[in-house]
Write a protein that binds this ligand. Sequence first.
Ligand code: ATP
Length: 269
Amino acid sequence: MSESPHEPAPQAPAHPAPEPARAQESRGGRGNGAILEVEDIHTYYGAIHALKGITIEVREGEIVTLIGANGAGKSTTLRSINGLNHPRRGAIRFQGRDITSDPPHKVVAMGVSQSPEGRKLFPRMSVLENLEMGTFQLKDRSTFKDDLDRVYTLFPRLAERKAQKAGTLSGGEQQMVAMGRALMAHPKLLMLDEPSMGLAPIFVERIFEIVVEINNQGTPILLVEQNALMALDVANRGYVMETGHIALTDEASALAKNEQVQKAYLGMD
Ligand code: ATP
């Protein structure tokens, strides 16, 4: 197994003051400044036209979710943003700056950090060493200890297991390491690709609670999820993707009540 994560390592945010309110209680109430703007992007894998004009935005303070069936293009949207697969048409702006053609390390350095699908940990390295990998793009390491404390407070299990090899952790614990590594980079925007995938229900609930907690500490989140029910429960807004385009967008609470969404993604008749 390769020890190189294929996704860019994490990056960025100022250490934000904890905020007591949960995302559900503050939907839409955190200001309208768009931190990420994705405008009509078209992304390909060779001749395969995977994204056919995707337009989404994430505003300061928000949790935004991308939901949709397998193969709809959710991960490709994240890969377009993080610089792993540049769109051939359209534009991506982060904090108003064009990053459409920037390489992954530059996007990471700007403050876009991702916890990738499948976690992509370094299995033979310890939990602590994996967390340290999140900081390698940081110029200022003076906050390392505080950042580590923050991660250990969010995930006390990781503090107990800091010397354990990441490859020997449970799936849920590995997901915690992947999210913790992304947080060690001080993200100004955190992108999470399927954080609940393969986890036991008890871990799924905890992971979503932590997603809300991270957001309440001030970090906007772009959340890709197959578990639409949970994603819409924690998000402010959502986009429903179907085969390379956005089929629907609305406040998350409205999407959760939408008949079409309920039938297709929430398992309701
Ligand atoms: P999932 O939930 O199954 O991960 P997704 O919504 O994230 O699905 P993507 O992985 O973004 O979907 O895939 C979008 C489309 O691009 C699919 O048709 C997929 O087959 C195709 N695709 C993805 N990766 C590649 C690749 N490396 N080479 C060729 N086609 C790809």
